[in-house]
Write a protein that binds this ligand. Structure first.
Ligand SMILES: [Ca+2]
Ligand SMILES: [Ca+2]
Length: 125
C-alpha cells in the first residue's frame, strides 16, 4: 500500500491510478498503471501519457513547479528538496529550448529520450 500526502498532485495521480477509488493506491494499482503505460501502442502514446502525469494543470506545458512536484512525489523521501531543485534547474536549462521556462511536448520528448534521464525519472515509480 502506497500512502501519499495530501497535495494536489496526489489527487491528480489518484484519478489516473486509483482504480478502486478508495483514496489509497495499492501496489497492484500502481503496477497495473505502469503496465498500461508500457503497453501503450506507440512511443508517442507513452510520451503523451507521461506528459499528462507531469502537466497537472493541463495547460499543455510542464512548468518548473510541476516538474518539481513530480520529482518530490517520486524521489522526495530519498533526496532533499535542494537537490531536486537542482535537478529541475538543470533539466530546464538543458531542455527548455525555446526559453519560455516550460517544457512543451516536444521538449519533454527530448528529455525522456535520453537514456540516463529516463532511468533517473522512472526508476522509482
Ligand atoms: Ca502545466
Ligand atoms: Ca519551452
Amino acid at each position: 500500500m502506497v500512502e501519499l500526502g495530501g497535495n494536489p498532485f496526489t489527487s491528480h495521480i489518484f484519478n489516473l491510478f486509483d482504480a478502486t477509488g478508495d483514496g489509497t493506491l495499492t501496489v497492484d494499482e500502481f503496477t497495473a498503471a505502469l503496465e498500461y503505460f508500457v503497453q501503450l501502442d506507440s512511443e508517442e502514446e507513452q510520451y503523451k501519457f507521461a506528459f499528462r502525469i507531469y502537466d497537472k494543470d493541463r495547460d499543455g506545458f510542464i512548468s518548473s513547479e510541476e516538474l518539481f512536484a513530480v520529482l518530490q512525489t517520486l524521489l522526495g523521501s530519498t533526496y532533499p528538496d535542494s537537490q531536486l531543485e537542482q535537478v529541475v534547474y538543470n533539466t530546464m536549462s538543458e531542455f527548455d529550448r525555446d526559453g519560455d521556462s516550460k517544457l512543451d511536448l516536444q521538449e519533454f520528448k527530448a528529455l525522456l529520450s535520453r537514456d540516463d534521464l529516463q532511468n533517473k525519472f522512472s526508476l522509482n515509480l
